[in-house]
Design a protein around this ligand. Structure first.
Ligand code: PMP
Length: 448
């Protein structure tokens, strides 16, 4: 089968121009896919986008999740325009803040009180500060494979890539990159997901010093690995026993896997919770929310919180409309059904070729693995074979389907994918071709 050809000449020319003013020619390092494979977007609509060479794609990377309804949703954009008329930011409050907070509290019972932020990073930063202010403690517990944003305290990870599976040593804890002071590390503890004994031991050793445990029950940056319900329940019990704030980070899962997030599906109530991506269909807004007595630590003389752009009238108006749609219409069911259809279709293609695979996460954000059982923690990801995925992802791009090239990022569904039946047929046709090309390439590599 001849490899697909995709003309990227305009994107390549744009890269050469952009790199003169922008590091790596982009505004976020993960948007750089190589000098000759970095694409520049002309526009997005629904579950699709077009690059400046007019290549069309069905997009399952979906900006890492915000476009829950689809790009340029007419309903949300009309609301955003009305928000523009309000005037932006004033360093004062508007009525809409209560309206949106009230809807959120009805959708997410743990969100008794709400503060707005601009990004997931800001919201999680505020959540950790709030936990520290409330408990008077400094240390915190992270789960291996989690991602909580680009701030020093959260940028510690288990170096699973250089770790030997089966070794009786934990992976080394390393910073996400340069520029993160090692002194910050002293306050962070890491524990492997779904290891109940290790969780108990960690609380026994450090529970009295912990301000917070942060957890993503669906690891949105790590193959959509799922926490077992009993793991999150144990985290809840241990946090109660040791006076630790349980922070459930729903920046990716919130208003996506269900109206009440993953905490709603698992029936676990955090003290503090964070949301961002799907709140306003891509307009920049995020939330830190939680228990009333904890949230009231945001006050003069308590935990600081604010920000010039917080509760911008455009983002708030978009949030009001997006949340209304998610709350009052079957949008979330539509997109989850698309995810189920996609998984069924992909499995049909892979089973016909005898390729072992499995899925993790939720139909609205799932990870695809070339292994019989999906990993249930980050260490297990290392033992699954991701070479097939990595090769297939490149072919999918050439064939008009965007997924993250790294197998640790889930596929995201939006309402528009589910409303546009061609998305399913086009995606599955591309997957079938990409699978065959991947098999051919890997067989050729093995033979050489
Ligand atoms: N928490 C989680 C779970 C996330 O997935 C992300 C972003 N991928 C963040 C926090 C940080 O959000 P942002 O990129 O909006 O700063």
């Amino acid at each position: 089968m001849p490899p697909p050809h995709r003309d990227l000449s305009r994107s390549n020319a744009q890269f050469r121009k952009a790199v003169k003013r922008l590091p790596l020619g982009v505004s976020s390092t993960f948007r750089y896919w190589g000098d000759d494979r970095t694409i520049y977007v002309k526009r997005g609509k629904g579950g699709r986008l077009w690059d400046i060479d007019d290549n069309a794609y069905v997009d399952y990377r979906l900006a890492y999740g915000p476009a829950i309804l689809g790009y340029a949703d007419d309903r949300v954009d009309a609301a955003a325009r009305r928000g523009m008329e309000v005037g932006g930011v004033f360093a004062l409050s508007t009525e809409m803040e209560f309206t949106v907070a009230d809807r959120i509290a009805r959708m997410v019972p743990a969100a008794e009180l709400v503060r707005f932020s601009n990004s997931g990073t800001e919201a999680v930063m505020a959540a950790l500060r709030l936990a520290r202010a409330h408990t008077g403690r400094e240390q915190y517990l992270l789960v291996e494979g989690s991602y909580h944003g680009l701030f020093d305290a959260a940028m510690w990870q288990a170096n699973v890539e250089d770790w030997t599976p089966g070794s009786n040593k934990d992976p080394e804890v390393i910073p996400y990159g340069k520029g993160i002071p090692p002194s910050v590390r002293q306050l962070a503890h890491l524990t492997p997901m779904n290891d109940l004994q290790r969780l108990e031991d960690t609380f026994k050793a450090h529970g009295e010093q912990l301000a917070a445990m942060l957890i993503e029950p669906i690891q949105g940056n790590c193959c959509a690995i799922m926490a077992r319900v009993e793991y999150v329940q144990l985290a809840r019990q241990l946090c109660d026993r040791y006076g630790v704030m349980l922070i459930i980070d729903e920046v990716k899962s919130g208003f996506r896997v269900g109206k009440g997030g993953i905490q709603g599906l698992m029936g676990v109530r955090p003290d503090i919770t964070t949301f961002a991506k799907a709140v306003a269909n891509g307009y920049p807004i995020a939330l830190v929310a939680g228990r009333e007595d904890v949230m009231r630590s945001f006050r003069y003389g308590g935990a600081s919180h604010g920000g010039t752009y917080t509760a911008h009238s455009v983002s708030l108006a978009a949030a009001d409309e997006c949340l209304r749609i998610l709350d009052e219409t079957p949008a979330l069911e539509t997109l989850a059904q698309h995810g189920r259809n996609l998984m069924t279709g992909i499995s049909r293609i892979l089973n016909a070729r005898g390729i072992t695979h499995s899925y993790s996460g939720h139909p609205s954000m799932f990870g695809l693995f070339f292994d019989a059982i999906p990993p249930d923690n980050y260490r297990a990801w290392k033992t699954s074979d991701y070479t097939f995925y990595d090769t297939m992802a490149q072919y999918l791009h050439d064939l008009g389907v965007i997924v993250e090239p790294d197998s640790r990022e889930p596929w995201f569904m939006c309402e528009s994918h589910g409303l546009d039946p061609a998305c399913l047929t086009e995606t599955l046709a591309a997957v079938e071709q990409a699978v065959d090309l991947t098999m051919e390439q890997l067989a050729a590599e093995a033979a050489s």
